[in-house]
Design a protein around this ligand. Structure first.
Ligand SMILES: [Fe+2]
Length: 174
């Protein structure tokens, strides 16, 4: 395949014409941009769950090992839902680790193996970051008339993150 004659088909930050869904370009562009933030933060939390699934230790090893993997799987489903919503709006979903790393708001964890309590506090911090931005973006999307994005953020992202934060929190609150 010759690359000389091939160019990109869409520039990042733009939205394609998508007349069929009946939302203005400006609304779709704003939703795509905000959904990309939730997407990269969700990818980071997904990976944080897998890191902790592998590295957890202590008397609760078995149940935390299983719980973290369950949450990893649920976050993976959210990643696909978010990415495909961005594409449906005419945008471009961020996909690669380097792009995720430079865009996420979730602090980078050390490569070290952390104590289970620290792991869980780190997970709860990440849930809080995602929940705060998802609620704010959902409100803005609804006000702009993008109820599909509003619904995805509330019904999928907020509800899943609230439930997961509950399960993690119950392990460290006595
Ligand atoms: Fe595993």
């Amino acid at each position: 395949m010759s690359t000389a004659t091939l160019t990109t088909t869409q520039q990042f930050g733009t939205v394609r014409k998508q007349g069929a869904i009946g939302l203005a370009e400006s609304v779709r562009k704003q939703s795509a941009e905000r959904l990309n933030q939730v997407l990269v933060d969700t990818m980071t939390l997904r990976d944080l769950y897998k890191k902790h699934h592998w590295q957890v230790s202590g008397p609760d090893f078995y149940q935390l090992h299983l719980l973290f993997d369950k949450h990893f799987t649920e976050q993976s489903e959210l990643v696909d839902t978010l990415a495909e919503r961005i594409q449906a709006l005419g945008g471009i979903a961020l996909a690669m680790a380097a792009d995720v790393a430079e865009t996420t708001k979730i602090p980078r964890p050390p490569k070290d193996r952390e104590h289970p309590t620290v792991q869980m506090e780190r997970l709860l911090d990440a849930h809080r970051i995602i929940l705060e931005e998802a609620r704010a973006f959902a409100k803005q999307a609804g006000e702009a008339g993008d109820e599909g994005t509003n619904d995805l953020l509330i019904s999928d992202v907020v509800r899943t993150n609230e439930a997961q934060a509950w399960f993690v929190n119950e392990h460290i609150v006595s």
